[in-house]
Design a protein around this ligand. Sequence first.
Ligand SMILES: NC(=O)c1ccc[n+]([C@@H]2O[C@H](COP(=O)([O-])OP(=O)(O)OC[C@H]3O[C@@H](n4cnc5c(N)ncnc54)[C@H](O)[C@@H]3O)[C@@H](O)[C@H]2O)c1
Length: 400
Amino acid sequence: MNELKPLKVAIIGCGTISHIYMTNIKEKFAILDLVACADLIDDRAQKRADEFGLKKMTNAEILADKSIDLVINLTTPQSHFEVCKDILNAGKHCVVEKMMTVDYPEAEELCKLAEEKKLMFGSAPDTFLGGGWQSVRKYVDDGVVGKPISVNAVITCSYQPVTATFDIGADNFFFPLHPGGGLPYDLGGYYLHNMINLFGRVKRVSGFGGNIDPTRKYVNPHHPKYGEAYLVNTPTSLSGILEFESGVLGTFLVSSDSAVYDSFTVQGTEGNLKLFHPNFFSGSIVLQRPGAIADEEKQIGMLKETGYRPAPDSVELPILHGYCDNNRGLGVADMAYAIKNNRKPRVHHSLGLHAMEIIHGMLESAKTGVTYIMQSQVERPKMRRTGVEIGTAQENSLDD
Ligand SMILES: NC(=O)c1ccc[n+]([C@@H]2O[C@H](COP(=O)([O-])OP(=O)(O)OC[C@H]3O[C@@H](n4cnc5c(N)ncnc54)[C@H](O)[C@@H]3O)[C@@H](O)[C@H]2O)c1
């Protein structure tokens, strides 16, 4: 019998996102055996330990425990560097939530350390491994839009200190308005990971903006600091252009200074794709392409009448891969199979590092007015295979 030997895993950081990680690891991934958790706030670690039948430990106890193979770092971005460094120095594999660190030099240091120690290290987001994004990858690779020419991302929302509890105490610490958590990192990272997954390495970037409006006010009269100014010390509005090695051109606009909007599109020689928010594992994939709706008579009629090819018709494409619901932790499970099968993890650190450098490059370019030449190397992660089973059997698709 070929019995699966699960990897012993612990989580550091027991805040909001830890719940879905723990649920998924316990229910969905036979390759992972979650045994312990820790948090700076002891009560939080205890709560999760009770909920999920884990051992509550301190960070130091987790690091010293020889039976733990891999640690998931779910702390806030400002703690990512220090906690990841400790995990790697303790000789354990590590997956950290997005983005890898607060800045690019710290991310480079961690990747170098992982390589020196020959440990696997990777960062979220892992939504690009979901059924929707893997299907988009297959459609693009199979030429459904012809030759890809451009990719465009717009993500805006209004992150203002509006609540009566904004930043009062640990429970209300709003990391997207603190270093490393700004919107280019917080939501921008999802789009960048998907762009790299679809089109590979970026050669050059240019950028504009950064932190165009650093001073905000506590606007809720119920907040004890009502009316006082609040300094946002992280980039909030950034616009940039990316040139991929493949020749594809990208645009990226991200802002937490404006109202909510998001769009992600790909344009090719034969058609366009209207895609969904990469914060999700799956969603609607719409192909706009002349002839996508088989109404030949209408098309020929229009062609004869106007002399032009008919306007693109839209059709929704089917999802081809499994893992379409909220599967946070999928990247960790993939890394565990990578360890088992001695292959590269799909959330390899080069991907997270490249995404960090794209933001870094845009910010540098915004300051200097000069196009930034990317240094980091990355390969597109291997696509998951299609036609997977349902339910927990989907995990089989990671065992490659
Ligand atoms: N909240 C979300 O919807 C969401 C979604 C996807 C990804 N993420 C990412 O997940 C990470 C955590 O986000 P969250 O929303 O759970 O934050 P959170 O503030 O709710 O929880 C973070 C926890 O980490 C603990 N912590 C901080 N520094 C620590 C340290 N040095 N050692 C031990 N514990 C420490 C805090 O006490 C806190 O309990 C972030 O990187 C974020 O970008 C969050």
